[in-house]
Design a protein around this ligand. Structure first.
Ligand code: CUA
Length: 315
């Protein structure tokens, strides 16, 4: 990630939709700078002339600079930005990958369709996408208005309960692009992030096939993993979290079937690793004030270790 993309991700586009926005932004920044410098130069010139006892024909300047110039500039910008805006598409392009994203308080439910079985594959907070292929997002919300914004890939789109908005994104190079909820939606709004992960087509297909499978815990230390699963069951985590093949049904919280394969946890708040997972589980509301999950500080060291090891093995 370059310095520019960290500071101003909008100006380091990684796809055609973001490219158009960056281009319009540069035109606006350059134009505004030229106009500002020009106006200041004229002001200096007028003051200088006045001081020397000369005359400034202010009415002429007012009409030209205050009326004619803005009219010309704004009209030109209007047509230019219309021309550069990405075309609105009511139906997905034929080669597009269709993904549904639902805003929740305060995380993102992401659903793919299994190209083999047609079944729905649910994941959370991580939008994996193949490089070079359009991704047609169906955006909605479960309760309040959220807004999806991944600045390096495209513009914002509101997620409104009861309707489906669409956004067409495409990544032109592999990478991890941070997105953020862009509509104030309550206490944890600022911690409602997600990551778009653009990967080569083959890699993406393999990833999707893996996500389609129920939870597989294949490890040499299967005995200690059993202990982790027992903690998950004993603490009733399945009241909110689904782990396909282990605990089916609940869709209140993020699907954890393959949580070990994700790059981040807690909606982009922490990197995914055993230490961070422990921090999260033990002090949920310090990490993410407002989060609707209880803390599990009551777990013993051994229980916590086992639970974290099991979650990490859900790849
Ligand atoms: Cu969701 Cu702000």
């Amino acid at each position: 990630m370059s310095l520019a993309s960290t500071l101003v991700p909008v100006l380091s586009p990684a796809g055609p939709a973001a490219q158009a926005i960056a281009e319009v932004s540069w035109v606006l920044i350059t134009g505004a700078t030229l106009l500002f410098v020009g106006t200041m130069a004229l002001l200096a010139w007028a003051l200088f002339r006045k001081r020397r006892g000369g005359e400034v024909r202010s009415l002429w300047w007012l009409a030209g600079g205050g009326l004619v110039l803005p009219l010309v500039v704004l009209t030109a910008l209007f047509f230019y930005s219309l021309h550069r805006a990405p075309p609105w598409k009511a139906v997905p392009p034929a080669d597009a990958l269709v993904v549904s994203v639902t805003g929740r308080m305060w995380w993102w439910e992401i659903r793919y369709r299994d190209p083999v079985s047609g079944a729905t594959i649910a994941t959370a907070n991580e939008l994996r996408m193949p490089v070079g292929r359009p991704v047609y997002l169906g955006l909605s919300s479960a309760e309040v208005i959220h807004s999806l914004w991944i600045p390096e890939l495209g513009g914002k789109m509101d997620m409104v309960p009861g309707r489906v908005n669409h956004l067409l994104l495409q990544a032109s190079r592999a990478g991890v692009y941070r997105g953020q909820c862009a509509e104030f939606c309550g206490e944890a709004h600022a911690r409602m992030a997600l990551h778009a992960v653009a990967m080569e087509a083959g890699e993406f297909d393999a990833w999707l096939a893996g996500q389609a499978r129920p939870a597989v815990v294949s490890s040499s230390s299967a005995v200690s993993l059993q202990a982790g699963r027992a903690v998950f069951e004993g603490q009733k985590c399945a009241v909110c979290h689904m782990v396909r093949g282990v605990a089916e049904g609940s869709k209140l919280g993020p699907d954890l079937t393959h949580v070990g394969s994700r790059l981040f946890i807690a909606s982009g708040t922490l990197k995914n690793g055993p230490l961070e997972m422990k921090q999260w589980l033990a002090r949920v509301h310090e990490v993410k004030p407002g989060a609707r999950m209880p803390s599990f500080a009551r777990l013993s060291q051994g229980e916590m270790d086992a639970l974290v090891q099991w979650l990490g093995a859900l790849k």
